[in-house]
Write a protein that binds this ligand. Sequence first.
Ligand code: SAM
Length: 229
Amino acid sequence: MTDLETDKGYGYLNKDVIEWLSNLHAKENDAHKDALSYLNNSNNTLEGLPAIQISPLDGRLIEILCRLSNAKNVVEFGTLSGYSALWILKALPKDGHLWTVEFNPDHAKVARSVFNKAGLSEKVTIVEMSGVDSLSHLSSSGPFDVIFLDADKESYGVYADWAVDNLRKAGLLLGDNALLFGELLDDIENPNTINERVKGMRNFHKILSEKFVSTCLLTPEGLGVGLLK
Ligand SMILES: C[S@@+](CC[C@H](N)C(=O)[O-])C[C@H]1O[C@@H](n2cnc3c(N)ncnc32)[C@H](O)[C@@H]1O
């Protein structure tokens, strides 16, 4: 017998359970170990960067999804220190490539040193510009196998529209923070008053549901997942 909470999974989660599961399923054990633990051991902050990277379990999930997609060419919006990028890079073949978009030069600098430390600089391009401005620039390197959204929530709808035109058939679109920190249904009765982040995230879900075979994984942050139809 399940109640509404346990049926959705979140009733079972607490810090200890998450830590135990992370240690089992998302322990770094290959060439990226040094770079990943460099980030993990820094008490979730690195040279003043905000601790807003994905969790290790999310990282492993994204790695698995990239592997299942036979991903070779991937785009990420929102690099920060390069933590999620390292998980994506683990999934890519030798001739694979990741373009990761970051508009904050301080974040890009840290990510560059992390990729250097991992010996992965040649497989990754940091596109240092705003996500929306990067779109026309990136299109010439497509079509892409996987696109991962983790930058400005206002633009998730714009990124999703771009993904429709720039993913290969059955390419994968992933969007982190799909629950928008609990704000997803804010002002649902008053569409005129909703803010740009809510608009962007709802637009993302709408495009995902219409143009993709889609779902929303109920991770703590929510991960929108869609296979392009
Ligand atoms: C949540 S963090 C990304 C975390 C990263 N994906 C990880 O899990 O390791 C969001 C990043 O997006 C960047 N960002 C925010 N708005 C952006 C925009 N409009 N264009 C490009 N980057 C943006 C921020 O500077 C920040 O580094």
